[in-house]
Design a protein around this ligand. Structure first.
Ligand code: BTN
Length: 268
């Protein structure tokens, strides 16, 4: 299919030019079309690909979201990338990375698109209550190439239409602001923001402040919500997100329940 915005070149060369990072995006593997950047990044990470390598595509035929769902995105209009990380922190603290990434992407998008971005537990970014970005983290524990994480980031940038089943919940930067964005510039800025945040965490070990920044953007805390987890439905008040990324929910019997994952709907 012909790209809709052929005037804006988007490939490893344009993204690498003046990127200015030390680690994130020092190696970029760009694909016109790929099954999923997650699978490719995992495959190469198992063979010692360095931290910061970015696998990015114009189109994914089998893009995936959380819980094995399909992540659909029109060709040539969006950001679809996976980044290899080899964190030096204990495995049980890896849950920070989707939150850290959400904050970095939110700050970058707010700056570039001049629009308010909110967070939704666990890993969504919203504009006016509609999702435009999903983050997927997959961790691998291997003896051969060490523990690593693949951080998948999908951002609806210039897409102008969504399938009927998600139309009410999904948006893009274009639909939210009426402007077309140069994906190259956005990706560069996101990689820079990710690197700054990742470096800061490595230096400071300040997990708390990452969650505080994430929570400042989160509109569901204090509200009555419904969570679907493993086919089970739980309702209650969203109390907090703790420093491990668990959602604390107060159920109708005033019991506090800790949730590690799930699909949240804010109730009226
Ligand atoms: C979600 O909200 O469910 C997470 C969506 C993550 C989508 C991105 S797009 C780039 C990377 N490759 C994939 O197959 N998925 C992630």
């Amino acid at each position: 299919m012909m790209p809709k915005f052929p005037f804006m070149e988007f490939n490893e060369k344009t993204i690498s030019t003046n990127l200015g990072t030390k680690v994130f995006g020092q190696r970029i593997l760009f694909f016109k079309s790929i099954k999923s950047t997650m699978d490719y990044a995992k495959k190469i990470a198992e063979r010692d690909e360095p931290e910061g390598t970015v696998v990015i595509a114009d189109y994914q035929s089998h893009g995936r979201g959380r819980f094995g769902r399909i992540w659909k995105a029109n060709p040539g209009e969006n950001i679809l990338m996976s980044i290899i990380l080899r964190p030096k922190i204990p495995l049980e603290r890896f849950s920070i990375f989707p939150f850290l990434s959400a904050v970095a992407v939110a700050e970058s998008i707010e700056k570039n698109a001049n629009i308010k971005v909110t967070t939704k537990w666990p890993n969504d970014l919203l504009i006016n209550g509609k999702k435009f970005c999903g983050i997927l983290m997959e961790a691998s524990i291997t003896a051969e190439s060490g523990d690593f994480i693949i951080l998948g980031i999908g951002i609806n940038v210039n897409q102008s239409e969504f399938p009927p089943e998600i139309r009410d919940y999904a948006t893009s930067l274009y639909l939210s602001t009426g402007k077309i964005y140069d994906r190259t510039e956005l990706v560069k800025d996101i990689l820079r923001q990710l690197e700054i945040n990742y470096e800061n965490l490595n230096k400071s070990n300040d997990f708390k402040s990452v969650f505080e920044r994430w929570k400042k953007r989160c509109k569901m805390l204090g509200k009555k919500i419904k969570v679907i987890q493993g086919g089970k439905e739980i309702t209650g008040k969203a109390i907090d997100v703790d420093d491990m990324g668990f959602l604390l929910l107060e159920d109708d019997n005033s019991r506090i329940i800790k949730l590690s994952s799930g699909d949240v709907t804010v109730l009226k």
